[in-house]
Design a protein around this ligand. Structure first.
Ligand SMILES: *Cc1c(COP(=O)(O)O)cnc(C)c1O
Length: 468
């Protein structure tokens, strides 16, 4: 028995033998010889272990090659790659949130490939401020006196708390102590910043007097937090920001609001109601407002802080800002997107154009996709269906976005779940929805030429499954 195992182990192919296979060359070019060698090493190690433990394992050179190819193939494709979003969720955090307008992408390319004015004042010929490229634009849209930008909104909140409330108390309503997107929790950020959280009110109701009773000599801030996707229905109440602003002013403390999504323009004419704009918050007397660049704003990942100049100036000189600073590519994209707002061209920003599509246009878009599928694959029965889309990113959580989609069943291949799994493996992966065992392509989030990508995905899927 032992000698049999030894014999198998001895007969395992040698590394040199494996590396000399002709197919290996392609992967060496793509991934380097060391990487390929590491893959073979770990497969050989696993194989030896399996043999010693009497587990079934393929020990021939062919068997080992097959396993190596499977691993190497997975490494050759880019890991961060474009996909088709057919989910109807516009600001989808897992799918990269906002898609940049092409002109913003071009601005990134220009700046990324060349030396640039990131921190250089051309007039003076000396050091400039990286923040200056976008500060005046943010002030323009929000009515704020000053602004700084950092890596993301979580960073913006952390910076404000650390710089302005470290070792002091910050009053927050219990109804707003929520977890956002699985990793952003106000109590955790607060603890990390060194500020002390003072919770007031009950989960469902917080009154002005709850805040009023919580002030001490140590209080430095009242913080209002957008509850994001979280909603309590029924017997609830919260304090309007105007009242909180008066109270904070009277007590001589900072009033800050973490707005999360950051809507710059009033979208109620398009049925998106109930979210204040950043400007509304400033007008209501909030001293500092923080928001994301890549949610409702439709730009790159960024965290903006806008508000009182005296407070923003304290943030500018706080050392943590250096660790959270924004890079040139992000700033290039952000400046371009903000200028599109300036020019009244916000509806050319993908996030906003998708959110303000007319239901009738969505229906037409779905009909066109249905026709193309039917024409290319006459044996399939695609159907136009009404669907619910979503804004995503924590904004407008209760807004029902009526949309349209194309429903499809391919019974000889499998369930809707099976079809979803397969389409994710297409050359251009497609992430689609499902309902009552139909695959659903929500058309709201489809971009230019995505119809063709869906046809290609379906053609590939029908082809690979034909032989089975
Ligand atoms: C999304 C969100 C955050 C986190 O913002 P990031 O830009 O993802 O860091 C924080 N607070 C609220 C209320 C949010 O909605």
């Amino acid at each position: 028995m032992e000698s049999n195992k030894n014999k198998i182990l001895k007969n395992l192919p040698a590394m040199d033998e494996l590396l000399s296979e002709p197919w290996v060359l392609f992967y060496e070019e793509q991934l380097g010889r060391e990487m390929v060698k590491n893959v073979f090493s770990s497969i050989l190690a696993e194989t030896r272990k399996a043999v010693l433990h009497d587990e079934a394992v393929e020990t021939s050179i062919d068997g080992i090659n097959q396993r190596a190819i499977a691993v190497l193939k997975g490494r050759v494709a880019l890991s961060l790659q474009p996909i088709v979003n057919a989910t109807g969720v516009v600001v989808h955090t897992n799918l990269g949130r906002s898609c940049l307008p092409i002109e913003a992408v071009e601005a990134v390319c220009q700046v990324a490939a060349r030396y640039n004015t990131l921190e250089f004042d051309l007039k003076e010929g000396k050091r400039g401020q990286r923040n200056a490229h976008v500060e005046w634009l943010l002030c323009q849209f929000t009515g704020a006196e000053a602004a700084v930008v950092v890596n993301n909104n979580a960073g913006a909140v952390l910076l404000c708390l650390a710089a302005l409330a470290r070792e002091k108390e910050v009053i927050v309503s219990r109804g707003e102590l929520v977890e956002i997107g699985g990793s952003f929790r106000i109590p955790d950020i607060m603890a990390f910043s060194g500020a002390r959280l003072v919770e007031v009110g009950a989960t469902n109701r917080t009154h002005l007097k709850d805040y009023g009773q919580a002030f001490t000599d140590e209080t430095s801030m009242v913080l209002k937090v957008h509850p994001s996707n979280f909603r309590i229905e029924g017997f609830t109440s919260s304090v309007p920001r105007e009242e909180l602003s008066h109270l904070a002013q009277e007590k001589n403390v900072i009033f800050m609001e973490d707005l999360g999504s950051g809507v710059l323009i009033d979208l109620s004419p398009w049925g998106l109601c109930g979210e204040p704009t950043v400007k509304d918050c400033i007008m209501a007397g909030v001293d500092l407002v923080t928001f994301s660049g890549d949610k409702m704003l439709g730009g790159p990942q960024i965290g903006a802080v806008v508000g009182k100049k005296s407070l923003i100036d304290r943030l500018r000189t706080y050392p943590l800002l250096r660790a959270l600073r924004v890079d040139k590519m992000t700033l290039a994209a952000f400046e371009k997107v903000l200028r599109m707002y300036l020019q009244g061209r916000w509806n050319e920003i993908p996030t906003l154009s998708m959110l303000t599509l007319k239901v009738e246009d969505l229906r037409k878009k779905a009909q066109a996709l249905r026709r193309k599928i039917k024409k290319t694959f006459p044996h399939l029965e695609p159907a136009v269906v009404e669907v619910n889309d979503a804004v995503g990113g924590g904004a407008f959580p209760v807004t029902r976005l009526k949309g349209y989609g194309v429903a499809l069943k391919i019974q000889h291949i499998g369930s809707a779940g099976t079809l979803q799994t397969l389409l994710r493996q297409a050359e251009m992966p497609i992430v689609a929805g499902a309902s009552e065992d139909s695959l659903i392509f929500h058309v709201r989030t489809l971009m230019d030429k995505d119809d063709e990508r869906i046809l290609q995905g379906l053609a590939w899927l029908l082809e690979v499954k034909k032989g089975e």
